[in-house]
Design a protein around this ligand. Structure first.
Ligand code: TRP
Ligand code: ZN
Length: 508
C-alpha cells in the first residue's frame, strides 16, 4: 500500500478512537478469556483499510425490508432538501456472541428501534468502557472524521447463530451527501425526486446498514411518493403500485444477494417501460425521465435499445446473466457519473451506448462478484472498461486490440505511471488509470494466456465467487489454475509497478 493511503487511514483511525463507545475496531473480537464474558461488541468496521468504519462485525444481514416515504423538495426556491421517513426491518444472524453491535447510518435520526419486537431505549453514547443498562441504542455521528455508527445493545444478549429482526424507525431532511473525494453520492436530493447511487459507502445516508459488500443481503422495498412521482429500485415489481389520498406506493423486490452500494430507490418523473426481455429471457425494465431533451432522449433510447443484445453478448463470454432482471434509470439530473446499481444502473442526464455497455458488464464484474476490499476496485472498473472494448469490437467500431493500442501508444507523464491500480487509495478509486490500465491489464492477460483460458477463467471467477466477493489474489489464483502459468510477475507489473508495462509479455 502506498504511504499516502496509510496516512489517510491512520488519520481516520486516530481521530475516531477518541470517540469510544463504538465497539472494537478491526475485523473480529477476541474470544472470551476465562472470567470474562464471552459476549463481546461486534466490530465497528469489517476491516477494509480504505474505509475502516464501513460495514460492521459480529453478524450477517440476511434481508433488508425498506419502507420509505419521501417528499421531494418544493419546486422553488432553494434549498434542495426532501423529507424522508423510513422503517427498516433488518433480518440478521449473529456470528459471535454479541453484547452489542453496530449499524451504519449517516445524517438521519433514529426515532425508535426494536429487537424481535422489544423496544430499545434511546440513550446518549456512553464514554468508552461504560456500562449501559438494558436494551438500548445510541448514535454517533462525526462528519469531520466520517464516522457514523448506530450501536444496538440487545437484551437478552445474542448468541452466535441466533436470528433476530431489528426494526429501525428513522428519518430526516435529505440533502446532497458527498463521498470522501467530494463526489455526490447516497440519497442525492434532486428538485424532482432523488438519484440514489451509493458507491462506495453511501447507503448509510438512507438506511441503517452494514455498509460493505462483504455482507450481501436480499432486499424488498415499499416506497411511497407524491402521486405522479415514480420510485424505482432494484429487481422486479412483485405487484403494481397503489395510489390513495395523493400518494403512490411502489413495490420492488431484489431476491438476489446484493451489496449495499448497489442498492437504489430513485424517485423522479419517470416513464416506466416494462416491455421486453433478452434472448435468454431476462426481463428489462427501464425508467426514463420524461424531461429529457429530444436529443438526449434519442441517444438514450438508442442505447437502451441495445441492452438485450449486450446481455446476450456478455452471456456468451462471461456465462449466464446473474440476476432476475435488468434495465436502466435515466435521470434528467446529474451526479456526474453513472452507477451499476444491481439489475438497474442509474445514468446522469442521458445514457450513451458505451456507458450502457460498461454498466451492463458490471452486473457480472462488481455485482455478482464484488471486490472484497475497496483496494480491489480495478476488478470492477478494469473489467467493465474491457467489456466495453469487447462490445465495440462486436459492433465493428474497433477491435479490443485497437483500444489497447490506443491506450498504450501515447506518451504519458510519470505521475500517470506512478499510480498503482492494485492499491489506488480511497481517493483514487475512480481515477482514469483504474479503468484504462485496468482494462489494458486484462487485455495483456488475454494475449498472454490465450482466448480460451482467458474466458474460461473469467466464467469460473463469476461462477465460483457469485453472490460473494473476491480479492485480486483470488483472481490471480483462478487465472493460474486455468492457464497453468505462474502469473505473479505479470500481476506485479500490471497492478503495482510504477512504470509503463513492457510492450510484450512472455512467461519467465
Ligand atoms: N462506479 C461508477 C462506474 O464506473 C463510477 C463512480 C462511482 C464514480 N462513484 C464515482 C466516478 C465518483 C466518479 C466519481 O460506473
Ligand atoms: Zn464502472
Amino acid at each position: 500500500m502506498s504511504g499516502y493511503t496509510r496516512k489517510w487511514v491512520g488519520g481516520v483511525a486516530v481521530a475516531t478512537l477518541a470517540l469510544g463507545a463504538l465497539g472494537a475496531a478491526g475485523a473480529s473480537a477476541a474470544p472470551g478469556k476465562p472470567g470474562e464474558s464471552r459476549y463481546t461488541a461486534g466490530a465497528s468496521g469489517v476491516g477494509d483499510e480504505y474505509f475502516p468504519y464501513a460495514g460492521n462485525g459480529g453478524y450477517d444481514v440476511e434481508h433488508y425490508d425498506l419502507d420509505i416515504t419521501y417528499t421531494p423538495p418544493a419546486p422553488s426556491p432553494a434549498p434542495v432538501e426532501g423529507e424522508f421517513e423510513g422503517v427498516a426491518t433488518i433480518d440478521l444472524v449473529a456470528t459471535q456472541d454479541l453484547d452489542r453491535f453496530n449499524l451504519d447510518l449517516r445524517g438521519m435520526d433514529v426515532e425508535a428501534l426494536s429487537v424481535d419486537g422489544r423496544p430499545a431505549a434511546s440513550v446518549a453514547p456512553p464514554v468508552a468502557g461504560a456500562e449501559v443498562d438494558g436494551q438500548a441504542f445510541w448514535h454517533v455521528q462525526d462528519d469531520a472524521a466520517r464516522v457514523w455508527e448506530l450501536t444496538v445493545q440487545p437484551r437478552p444478549k445474542l448468541k452466535a447463530g441466533q436470528h433476530v429482526q431489528v426494526v429501525v424507525e428513522y428519518g430526516g431532511t435529505t440533502t446532497r451527501p458527498l463521498d470522501v473525494e467530494g463526489a455526490l453520492y447516497g440519497w442525492v436530493t434532486q428538485r424532482d425526486g432523488a438519484m440514489v447511487v451509493s458507491e462506495p459507502e453511501g447507503s448509510m445516508t438512507w438506511y441503517p446498514v452494514s455498509d460493505h459488500q462483504t455482507d450481501k443481503a436480499t432486499y424488498s422495498f415499499e416506497i411511497t411518493v407524491p402521486e405522479g412521482k415514480v420510485a424505482v429500485a432494484n429487481g422486479i415489481q412483485p405487484r403494481p403500485e397503489e395510489t390513495a389520498d395523493g400518494w403512490t406506493t411502489w413495490y420492488w423486490d431484489a431476491p438476489d444477494q446484493q451489496a449495499s452500494y448497489l442498492t437504489t430507490a430513485s424517485v423522479g418523473d419517470f416513464d416506466l417501460r416494462d416491455a421486453y426481455t433478452s434472448a435468454s429471457g431476462v426481463p428489462i425494465i427501464d425508467a426514463v425521465d420524461t424531461k429529457l431533451s429530444p436529443t438526449r432522449l434519442a441517444t438514450t433510447n438508442a442505447s437502451l435499445g441495445r441492452q438485450a443484445d449486450m446481455i446476450d453478448f456478455f452471456e456468451s463470454k462471461f456465462g449466464p446473466y446473474p440476476f432476475v432482471a435488468y434495465g436502466s434509470i435515466v435521470d434528467n439530473d446529474s451526479v456526474g457519473y453513472a452507477l451499476e446499481t444491481q439489475t438497474r444502473p442509474v445514468y446522469s442526464s442521458q445514457a450513451s451506448e458505451g456507458t450502457v455497455a460498461h454498466e451492463a458488464a458490471h452486473q457480472w464484474f462488481g455485482n455478482a462478484v464484488s471486490p472484497e476490499r475497496w483496494q480491489d476496485i480495478w476488478l470492477n472498473e478494469g473489467w467493465a472498461t474491457y467489456a466495453t472494448w469487447m462490445w465495440n469490437e462486436e459492433r465493428g467500431i474497433r477491435t479490443a486490440q485497437q483500444s489497447y493500442d490506443n491506450w498504450y501508444a501515447p506518451a504519458r507523464n510519470q505521475a500517470y505511471w506512478d499510480f498503482q491500480i492494485g492499491d489506488p487509495g480511497p481517493l483514487g478509486l475512480f481515477a482514469g488509470q483504474v479503468y484504462n490500465r485496468g482494462a489494458a491489464t486484462l487485455h495483456a492477460l488475454r494475449v498472454e494466456i490465450g482466448d480460451e483460458a482467458f474466458f474460461e477463467a473469467a466464467r469460473l471467477w463469476v461462477e465460483r465467487f457469485d453472490d460473494s466477493s473476491g480479492t485480486a489474489d483470488d483472481f490471480q489464483a483462478i487465472y493460474e489454475e486455468v492457464s497453468g502459468q505462474d502469473l505473479e510477475a505479470f500481476f506485479q507489473t500490471w497492478l503495482y509497478d510504477q512504470q509503463k508495462p513492457p510492450a510484450t509479455w512472455t512467461t519467465p
